[in-house]
Design a protein around this ligand. Structure first.
Ligand code: ZN
Length: 276
């Protein structure tokens, strides 16, 4: 399958030279005027964060299985997509969709290890079945997991029962590969949420949105990707990137540059989290 994951099918993917243009045209910042991810149903913000998610400060690669399993969530998932870190400020959360892919995901893991950054990997069920060993490497490095559906279908008009079956199958496939490892997040393919948030929440997965996507599916070149992230990042933003679904070598190279550049500008890396 060679599909890409542009997460905003109603938006043209043209390049625009200025950030304001990009935001106006929804090309890079894929949230709507209400601040929710495009396509997300309206709803109240979730309650105070559970604190169940491990803090992002821990360096990657040192977490044990016990740490990964962690305590049970202190509060249930809600149907409101999380698109920010807990603390806000000059923090940013990196999330990677459509993997695992043997080459690019492994290269990305090496980059994240080297820079000691922990991320969220939104797993495509078919790819989990194809590359289970890469999922184990993701978990071994202490990253968090999200379900991203079994086959990367557009679920926007699916009934809850069909969504539930797909999400449960995806989680079962993940559980076969990494038994007992939680999947605290769900991200809908293409950001076409439909009724997936309520179903995911009922299954204990928090919908995971984003505040910045940079078109790494195009792909526009490593320099351009770095520029788009550096210009588009906002305090507490969840950033959407891709490690699978196509050649993501530019993304990997860009992340290797973005992390030190952001840190040099005073940013730090965190995990997504609910907040009041
Ligand atoms: Zn995707």
């Amino acid at each position: 399958m060679t599909g890409f994951c542009h997460h905003n099918r109603t938006t043209p993917h043209h390049r625009a030279p200025h950030r304001a243009d990009r935001a106006d045209k929804g090309y890079a910042v894929t949230i709507n005027a209400s601040g929710r991810p495009a396509g997300h149903p309206s709803g109240m913000r979730g309650p105070v964060p559970s604190g169940a998610l491990p803090a992002g400060a821990a360096p990657a690669g040192v977490l044990t299985a016990e740490t990964v399993l962690g305590p049970a969530p202190a509060s249930p998932a809600t149907a409101t997509a999380v698109d920010s870190t807990a603390g806000g400020g000059r923090s940013v959360a990196l999330t990677f969709d459509d993997g695992p892919a043997p080459e690019d995901t492994r290269a990305l893991l090496a980059v994240l290890r080297r820079h000691q950054v922990r991320a969220v990997f939104c797993l495509w069920g078919d790819h989990v079945e194809a590359h289970p060993e890469v999922v184990r490497e993701i978990v071994r490095d202490g990253h968090e997991l999200a379900g991203h559906s079994m086959h990367h279908d557009d679920m926007s008009d699916w009934e809850p029962e069909r969504i539930r079956a797909d999400l449960r199958q995806t989680n079962a496939v993940i559980a076969q590969v990494v038994p007992g490892v939680p999947v605290p997040w769900f991200r809908a393919p293409y950001g076409n949420w439909g009724r997936t948030p309520e179903v995911a929440a009922a299954l204990g997965m928090q919908p995971l949105g984003w505040r910045l996507a940079v078109g790494d599916w195009e792909p526009p070149g490593t320099d351009e990707l770095v520029r788009r992230v550096m210009e588009g990042v906002t305090p507490g933003a969840v950033v959407l990137l891709h490690d699978g679904g196509g050649d993501r070598s530019q993304t990997v190279a860009a992340v290797d540059r973005i992390i030190p550049e952001l840190r040099a500008d005073g940013w730090h890396f965190d995990q997504p989290a609910r907040r009041a």
